[in-house]
Write a protein that binds this ligand. Structure first.
Ligand SMILES: C[S@@+](CC[C@H](N)C(=O)[O-])C[C@H]1O[C@@H](n2cnc3c(N)ncnc32)[C@H](O)[C@@H]1O
Length: 298
């Protein structure tokens, strides 16, 4: 739920407990406003590091087993875009979702200007709400500009990154399906990247498994279940191979995004053919570029 000061004040004045987590500068400022201006004192400070130095601050695990009232609020008092999601996920281990309030500016769903990231954040919310298990993946990573958001938004999931990191190869082009005019310049493009460059962008690098090479070869030894996959390889063949592979490994309720459906003929053909064969539907995303497929929930 999105944080609104007046709601928090009403809940606190009605007897609710206000938990501030983590207890950094933002939490201190909110505490100051609540206590000085509104006389609210039922505030509990939570911070897993600072609790070592100050007994008035407790670690989050001390919330375990509490009975929650609808007036109780746990405010995720962080504006750290990178760690926000991780902090929130930790809170969810101990606190019911309806008692958790987010700082508005930290929820990618609300502030991201890239609509693909907004879609990713919304899908991630569904995945966490429904406890859809599995790793996450991107096939077609290039410099990791989208992959870094997958890593940040899914901090507790393994992230598989599939790319040659050396651009396209001619064997991936299928003349019958890929449009010659579109793909003519592909072969020498997008070589200016490396695994090191991509890894530098990751907030949670320990979660990342790099599969360097070309799809379909790099899919062979992957024995994993997935909750979310982004396919962004521009060409018919790797997208079609990717769809077949990841669909089998996708958890029920999981999502596959396919980028450039509305841009490249090969991407569109791969999705249309795959969906026809599997009797599936797809839906366009508001980035005006991607489509999404969802695996039915059992
Ligand atoms: C458009 S870029 C990906 C952009 C990236 N997803 C982003 O949002 O910043 C396409 C990538 O797909 C990779 N690629 C193309 N064919 C591939 C294949 N068969 N296997 C793996 N990667 C491939 C290219 O090397 C390139 O890095």
């Amino acid at each position: 739920m999105v944080f609104q000061m007046d709601q928090i004040i009403m809940k606190a004045q009605g007897g609710g407990r206000i938990y501030l987590y983590p207890y950094g500068t933002i939490a201190m400022q909110i505490e100051e406003i609540l206590t000085r201006r509104y006389g609210i004192t039922n505030i509990i400070r939570i911070d897993n590091d600072l609790c070592k130095y100050n007994k008035e601050i407790i670690p989050i695990h001390e919330l375990s087993g509490l009975i929650w009232n609808e007036k109780d609020v746990v405010l995720i008092a962080s504006n750290n875009e990178k760690y926000f999601r991780d902090i929130r996920l930790t809170a969810r281990k101990y606190v019911p979702e309806e008692n958790i309030y987010d700082m508005l500016s930290d929820n990618p769903k609300l502030f991201a200007s890239d609509l693909r990231i907004v879609s990713l954040a919304m899908v991630a919310d569904e995945i966490y709400k429904k406890n859809i298990s599995g790793a996450v993946a991107e096939a077609g990573v290039y410099k990791g500009d989208f992959a870094q958001h997958i890593n940040m938004i899914f901090p507790d999931r393994r992230l598989y990154l599939f790319d040659s990191f050396e651009g396209f190869r001619k064997e991936s082009v299928v003349e019958k399906f890929d449009n010659k005019d579109e793909t003519a310049g592909f072969i020498n493009r997008l070589k200016d990247t490396s695994v090191e460059e991509v890894m530098k962008k990751m907030t949670f690098p320990n979660q990342v498994i790099v599969k360097k090479g070309y799809i379909p070869e790099t899919l062979k030894d992957v024995n994993e279940t997935f909750a979310f996959v982004n396919l962004d390889m521009d060409l018919y063949l790797p997208i079609y191979e990717g769809l077949n592979f990841f669909w089998e490994k996708l958890s029920s309720g999981g999502y596959i995004f396919i980028h450039d459906f509305y841009v490249y003929a090969g991407a569109e053909k791969a999705v249309v053919q795959f969906c026809k064969e599997k009797k599936l539907g797809y839906i366009g995303l508001c980035d005006r570029c991607s489509v999404a497929i969802v695996k039915p929930i059992d």
